[in-house]
Design a binder for this molecule. Sequence first.
Ligand code: FAD
Length: 486
Amino acid sequence: GNGRLDRFVIIGGGISGLSSAFYLLKEAKLRGRGAAITIVDPSDRIGGKINTLRRDGFVIERGPDSFLARKTPIIDLAYDLGIENELTGTNPRAKKTYILHHGKLHPMPPGLVLGVPTEIAPFAKTGLLTWGGKLRALMDFVLPASKETGDESIGDFLSRRLGTEVMERVAEPLLAGIYAGELRKLSLSATFPQFREAERKHGSLIRGMRANKRKGAAAPVSASRVPAAVKNSMFLTFKGGLATMVEALNEALSGVERRLGVKAVAFRQNDPDEHGTDSPPYEVLLSDGEILEADGIIITAPAFDAADLLEPHTNVDALRAVNYVSVANVVMAFDKSKIGIDFDGSGFVVPRSEGTTITACTWTSAKWLHSSPGNKVLLRCYVGRAGDEAVVDLPDDVLTDAVRRDIRQVMGITAEPLFTEITRLHRSMPQYPVGHLQETAKLRTKLRAEKPGVWVTGAAFDGVGLPDCIRQGKEAASGVYKSLLG
Ligand code: FAD
């Protein structure tokens, strides 16, 4: 290499920022160049939403808890970091998911994929839906595919194909776990493009999802890549929690500078005519007054923070249009001997119409065997969703009481928890509006032309899942290099 040193500032130390840094280093090596990287985050730790608490033998996730095994970018990163043997899957004996219906837990009919039935017999038998609702869903086989090519909401799409009842009673509570959102406001193309593909290719959502399932079973995308021990799990995490990946990244990025506890408040472009060609192309101003020189900037902050940084430079309407929902979760640990329940599933979800405080409950100790000592039970209850966010800011004792009332009514649990951990995540769940992909693509194209070397990415853009964020970090790294050096 020629030893040329490029300076990069990464705004945000979540998984998007960390993977951007990781892949910038890889890319630098490949190109025989040096990279001087600084990560800036107002928090006092890296990891962003990933936040694992290890306490009394428990592994407790305060943020994300796992990821989809078939999404390869995170598996690849695990191998790159040498932590693939730390991967672990869900307990095969806790596959069932329940749904609260008229106050009682019903097993979800087998064969539901993201709320879409792919096996007719169990779907026809379920007590969750009326006959009218079931027949309406089966109309999907005969209803013609829409000829529109533009985006629409997931809610509109699912009601169009399967009817409102399936959408509200089954799909919304299941998918709300991922977006905490209102399906009528969420973009289909930005969330589940495979639904639209299924309709287009097979003339029916059900037929299409069945074909996808068969294809998936015949050629599991990442099966060859994951260690044999976890091959059969749909979801994966690490035995020490998701923090394992953050810790490994932290080590791999030991040569990267950190500015923790400070915000990036603005950046400016230097005009070479005015400042001379020796001046850096960009300068990033931090909240403590420090100025970082940069050839490239990768912004991975949530949309509202990214919009503040970009507003002086470009039109940020596409970012302002992404609303963020606040949620909280209440984790409770118990002695197994005090709970007379055989948890034969991974937990349950709650449709809006049930009117409980909790929106879902994961039976964490049953779903993830690594999470708890064998004689203990760990439950994670979720509160807050679009249209119901005030609950997140209830005082601790009021929130805990409401959650305990729900689990008493639904599961009969009256035991005193050994401990309770409450995590509030304000404005944490991005709601991609209809047209999101198109609008953010426009913003990025414009930014690329006007501010070469400045890249904006992260969960606000092309996918909220951890694997999607890692993919976007990788794309950011190669994108920034391309715009700097071609
Ligand atoms: P973040 O982790 O939000 O990081 C962005 C960082 O930018 C933050 O640390 C912030 O402090 C920093 N920042 C903001 N402004 C500035 C500034 N001006 N200057 C510098 N830094 C700034 N995904 C899954 O795959 N599986 C799950 O099970 C899952 N569960 C989830 C559960 C919850 C409760 C939530 C909230 C999300 C969940 N997700 C899950 C989604 C996933 O966790 C996130 O999409 C992902 O972690 C986002 O990573 P990120 O780096 O893009 O953003």
